[in-house]
Design a protein around this ligand. Sequence first.
Ligand SMILES: Cc1cc2nc3c(=O)[nH]c(=O)nc-3n(C[C@H](O)[C@H](O)[C@H](O)COP(=O)(O)OP(=O)(O)OC[C@H]3O[C@@H](n4cnc5c(N)ncnc54)[C@H](O)[C@@H]3O)c2cc1C
Length: 422
Amino acid sequence: MDTHDTIVIGAGLAGLRGAARLAQAGRDVVVLESEDVVGGRQRTDSVDGFLLDRGFQILNPAYPAVKRWVDVTDLRLQRFPVGVRVRRESDSVELTHPMRHPTGIPATLHSGLVSPKDLAALVRWLAPALLRPRSVITGKDRTLRAEWERIGLRGPLRTQVLEPFLAGVLGEDDGTSSDAFTRLLMRMFALGSPGLPANGIGALPAQLARVAAVAGADIRLEAPVRRLRSGSTGVEVDVEGANTLRARSVIVAVGPGAVSDLLEIPAPATNGLQTWWFASDVAPTPSALLAVDGRRRGPVINTVVISNGAPSYAPRGRHLVAATCLLPKPGRADAGDPPREDEVRRTLAEIWDADCAGWELLRRDDIAEALPVQPAPLRTTSPPRVGDGLYVAGDHRDTASIQGALVSGERAAHAVLTDRRG
Ligand SMILES: Cc1cc2nc3c(=O)[nH]c(=O)nc-3n(C[C@H](O)[C@H](O)[C@H](O)COP(=O)(O)OP(=O)(O)OC[C@H]3O[C@@H](n4cnc5c(N)ncnc54)[C@H](O)[C@@H]3O)c2cc1C
């Protein structure tokens, strides 16, 4: 039986970061990935000349883990404006980041969406996250809804802007997520200009895989792990269609949907997202601002003309539009059916005030396990060690984000190295 120092199961961001760290420390590392490409939830496919990510997502270079472990210049990030376009009953208004887009300040102030009371509450809410982020992590946490009620944020800034915008970021629209987590995310939006790599979001894990491989990690694709057995000589790893492997340490970095198949830990709860990708000959706007439905009428929670911000995502002369909806939560009485195409097209026509009937549907991504739920109180550091020689990593062990996945991979690798030294 082939024996290795460490086996990492799963080549998402967490697994790749963990593998790189171990290989850089001189360990013999094998990464086993079930899919035919690395990246997990961050994957890009080429469809009819368009780049389609596995669900609309965006990379914020302000994440500390990205600054530390990702060469953002090499990704050729195409930046999007920071702000939102809000569809109201009779018109649409644009609210932009006052420091990044100062010319948008008058429009924001005259939009009627930012009352003095709401603005004061917003400042009270965000100031600690901007000035003293640690105080947000260590302070008392409650649900987002409870915190907004407590500070008196109840007007249109909340109901027509923040709630629809955050629904797409958190994967839920009932305000049950951790307030601390949400404020830390808002801090990142305030500090960074998010964007998409020229070759799609999949370029990020591809870069991490290159770093790990250069350091010596052996990354094996189409190698699904079916079972783990811990024993006195290490952990045995059964790989479908291949020989069983053995390792002294195993990091399970398979994502929230698969972790309980391999380890005796409960399946983490998740929120689901659905992305519709449309091709159009005419863009409904020249702007790359994310548009939200302030009326909250339809299944679409946000939509953006991706190719206005990231031209590499569409062939010349064509446009790519993403529309994101929430997937119903399984098991909930009010769950309802997944959004239908006619409903999505109707809401898009209203949000963009444009005829979308001729838009070509390129693909629909339903991702039930898009984001681990992030309840209050926020717990950012679940211990990686879960058994003899067994470690777990992934965004569900930290925060539901690129930042959380990278940090958790690093933390698991660090635990392996520390235990070995011990
Ligand atoms: C639609 C969508 C939008 C998002 N938007 C954002 C955003 O804007 N900003 C942000 O920061 N984050 C966003 N995220 C979250 C971010 O993508 C994830 O937090 C991150 O990619 C998780 O990485 P991971 O390594 O923890 O898990 P995963 O990416 O799930 O990786 C797990 C890997 O394990 C593999 N695997 C599973 N089972 C096995 C097995 N038995 N054997 C071998 N391999 C196995 C899988 O194939 C996969 O490659 C979004 C996610 C989605 C889906």
